[in-house]
Ligand binder design. Structure first.
Ligand SMILES: O=C(O)c1cc(=O)[nH]c(=O)n1[C@@H]1O[C@H](COP(=O)(O)O)[C@@H](O)[C@H]1O
Length: 238
């Protein structure tokens, strides 16, 4: 089975989103809808994308008390998305509640959306984590700790950087999903991302899915850039 390349649709409005998706003709994609679009357009944006046959990762990074997250997930489960997420820092009880909400809200006959937890954002450095969050140790230790907590809570995997993937697979197992943003081409600008990797590195290190935004969406020719990233990710000429 092909490992997904998830395109982050971080656009300011519907018009720009539609224009971008039109560049791909009938090609089936997996896309990520985040706060920027969802907070403006709500479930309508999901319906629009699903109608075109694309897979959807709804990235709202829930982080609240368990009951609130449970009820929110109950609602999101009815949107027919493939993947949702929470912040692992919300704790094991919150993550268990997220899963309960998803199970309760998934319509009969439909598959429950997968649920993953954000560990340490790929924009975070060790210094920030140590000084601002007051978490001691290395980023890898913190990510691994959150990954174990996530697995114990019964979730399907984590969001982390490519550099933490092999330790997670080694300690928790290959069936536990690792989804990695912070993907850049070797010559690409890193913007606000700190723990970056190329698609080739992600492939070699065994990442299950990569999330790519600006390397594709902000490119002069997004379709061409998509193909370039896809070739590097899959390791084959397309
Ligand atoms: O949960 C995420 O998707 C996420 C987690 C994380 O640690 N880092 C991260 O960059 N993301 C998302 O992945 C996307 C990365 O976008 P680019 O940096 O433009 O490739 C953005 O939509 C972020 O919101």
């Amino acid at each position: 089975m092909r490992k997904p390349l998830i395109i982050a649709l971080d656009f300011p409005n519907m018009e720009k989103t539609k224009h971008f998706l039109d560049l791909f003709g009938g090609e089936q994609l997996v896309v990520k809808v985040g706060m920027e679009l969802y907070y403006q357009y709500g479930p309508g944006i999901i319906d629009y994308i699903k109608e075109q046959g694309h897979g959807v990762f709804l990235d709202l990074k829930l982080h609240d008390i368990p009951n609130t997250v449970k009820q929110a997930m109950r609602g999101l489960a009815g949107l027919n998305v493939d993947l949702v997420n929470v912040h692992a820092a919300g704790g094991a009880n919150m993550m268990e509640a997220a899963l309960e909400g998803l199970v309760a809200g998934t319509p009969a006959g439909q598959e429950r959306p997968r649920c993953i937890a954000v560990t340490q954002l790929t924009s975070t450095t060790k210094e920030q984590m140590n000084e601002e969050q007051r978490i001691i140790g290395s980023i890898e230790e913190s990510v691994l700790h959150y990954a174990r907590l996530t697995e114990c809570a019964g979730l399907d995997g984590v969001v982390c950087s490519t550099h933490e993937v092999s330790r997670i697979h080694e300690r928790i197992g290959k069936g536990f999903l690792t989804v990695t943003p912070g993907i850049r081409m070797a010559e690409g600008e890193t913007h606000d991302q700190k723990r970056v990797a190329t698609p080739e590195q992600a492939r070699r290190l065994g990442t299950d899915a990569i999330v790519v935004g600006r390397s594709i969406t902000a490119a002069e020719n997004p379709y061409q850039s998509y193909k370039k990233v896809l070739e590097a990710w899959e390791g084959v000429k397309i």
